[in-house]
Ligand binder design. Structure first.
Ligand code: ADP
Length: 486
């Protein structure tokens, strides 16, 4: 298995690589290429003198310019034209005065052949006296003599010859100094960068290590952990995200526990009824009545409804359900649904009112909208107290239709309103009718209505009752047809 390098080491490595590259660059420029850079600089300088003088030949201040160029560049300058010498500077040690006429003619010819200018780089000679008294002419190490000739065709009849002479001094001593200095700089920079890497990594890595430790605890199921690492923006953001995740995980975990409690409770009630009634009918022949068989069938239906709801929700949430959208009469659908509740109206004393002013058509999936209505009405019945009036309204506004189911039951407190659409959420976990639901009805409703891009919501007041509603666009050819009495 490939072992990952820690961030700390990576930082040290990158920083060292950067420092070494920087030092190498310094060494290349300051030590290796210094000689050639210096020579190039000198050559460019001498050519520049020639050009400046050529450009100022006619100037009144020519003398001053010559003196200034010589001073600035530590050069000796000689300017001749056909009439003779027109300008000279310090003649001391100047090679230009050692040139014979023949040599000058030679340089002029070279310059003319070379487009007007010629540069001669000579090794400088030193004269030393041998023990036997003879003189020896030898190359002065590293020292060079530059002789530059420039021929200018000016307006006067004669040509002007500009001669410039400079020296390139040996730079061995300078390179040596730089090399030693570079050694010290390298040492200091490497040590400093190691220190910097250590400090940086402490600052960056420490909060990450802290988060990692907390995350490990979270993975082990400790959702009460609080991520506290601070220090810089990214880490603060990561901390906030982790804290948010922990809160969400805690909620999901709580919901999972509730679900197991609810579902097992919801399964146990009908199962107890089924087995109880079954045993009673087996042991007491007189109890083998169609009413008792009906109880078993009803409880079995309740079980299969619960399982179907759970399957439905998981399919809806995985987007595995396709809507069968069609143009249908919504008013009629509400009436059909209500028809099934007639038993409640008569047996349990519920008064369900629905008086639509007109018939409204919508483009939607009728089966799924039926499911929504069943859920709203079932809840209205389940959470009604003594006041058993339930009012269903169909309100048309422009091209929108809104269906409201109003009960006068226990209501929902404001802080719970946002949660009731979450799966497995029950306001009162020990509700007397909890066998009627497991907290997934409204979660299914929400998925269905969102698939329809419908608006939905609830208004509720504790002790007064609740109004659950959804709103859809009407079908474009929806005509106002008087509705049949529901
Ligand atoms: P359940 O199957 O438990 O009714 P739902 O998802 O349909 O699940 O509803 C979630 C929770 O919302 C319910 O447990 C209940 O607390 C609350 N609730 C839903 N409808 C009403 C209502 N009409 N009146 C009061 N509370 C309601």
């Amino acid at each position: 298995m490939k072992t990952e390098t820690s961030l700390q080491w990576k930082l040290v490595k990158y920083l060292l690589a950067f420092v070494i590259a920087l030092l190498a660059l310094l060494w290349l420029f300051q030590v290796v290429f210094l000689d050639s850079f210096y020579q190039r600089f000198k050559i460019e300088g001498i050519e520049k003198i020639g050009n400046t003088l050529a450009a100022n030949l006619e100037s009144e201040k020519f003398t001053e310019i010559v003196a200034q160029q010589a001073r600035q560049n530590d050069a000796c300058i000689r300017v001749l034209n056909g009439l003779g010498q027109i300008q000279t500077t310090n003649t001391m040690g100047c090679q230009l005065y050692n040139l014979s006429n023949a040599e000058i003619a030679e340089y002029v010819a070279q310059a003319q052949a070379n487009g007007g200018s010629y540069l001669d780089i000579q090794s400088e000679k030193v004269v030393s006296e041998l023990p036997n008294g003879n003189l020896l002419l030898s190359n002065k190490h590293g020292s060079k003599n530059l002789i530059y000739f420039k021929i200018v065709d000016n307006t006067s009849y004669f040509k002007t010859i500009i001669m410039v002479n400079t020296h390139i001094s040996p730079i061995n001593a300078t390179t040596e100094t730089l090399r030693t200095q570079l050694g010290y700089i390298a040492l200091i920079v490497v040590v400093a960068s190691l220190g910097l890497a250590y400090l940086m990594s402490r600052k960056i890595v420490k909060p990450i290590v802290n988060i990692n430790q907390s995350a490990r605890q979270m993975a082990e199921g400790n959702y009460d952990i609080v991520f506290t690492g601070r220090g810089y923006k990214e880490i603060t953001q990561l901390n906030d995200t982790m804290n948010h995740t922990t809160r969400k995980l805690k909620e999901v975990d709580q919901m999972r526990r509730d679900l197991i409690a609810n579902v097992s409770h919801d399964l146990r009630t009908p199962l107890t009824m089924i087995s109880g009634y079954g045993e009673m009918m087996r042991d007491l022949p007189g109890e083998n009545t169609p009413e008792n068989v009906q109880v078993i069938i009803d409880e079995a239906h309740r079980l299969s409804n619960l399982v179907n709801d759970l399957l439905d929700l998981s399919k809806l949430q995985e987007n595995k359900i396709e809507l069968h959208i069609q143009d249908f009469d919504l008013t009629q659908l509400i009436q059909t649904v209500l028809y099934r509740y007639e038993k409640f109206m008569t047996q349990d004393g519920f008064d369900i009112q629905f008086q639509p002013a007109e018939s409204v058509r919508v483009n939607a999936d009728p089966d799924r909208l039926g499911q929504v209505l069943y859920n709203f009405i079932n809840n209205a019945i389940n959470y009604s107290l003594d006041d058993k009036r339930i009012v269903i309204r169909q309100l048309v506004n422009g091209n929108r239709v809104r269906v409201e189911v109003e009960d006068h039951g226990e209501g929902i407190s404001e802080d719970k309103l946002n949660y009731i659409w979450d799966r497995y959420y029950k306001v009162d976990k020990t509700h007397k009718r909890s066998s009627a639901g497991s907290g997934i009805g409204l979660a299914i409703v929400r998925e269905i209505l969102e698939l329809h891009h419908a608006q939905y919501g609830v208004r509720s007041e504790v002790g007064q009752g609740s109004v659950f509603w959804f709103e859809l666009s009407m079908a474009s050819d929806s005509k106002s047809v008087p509705a049949c009495a529901g």
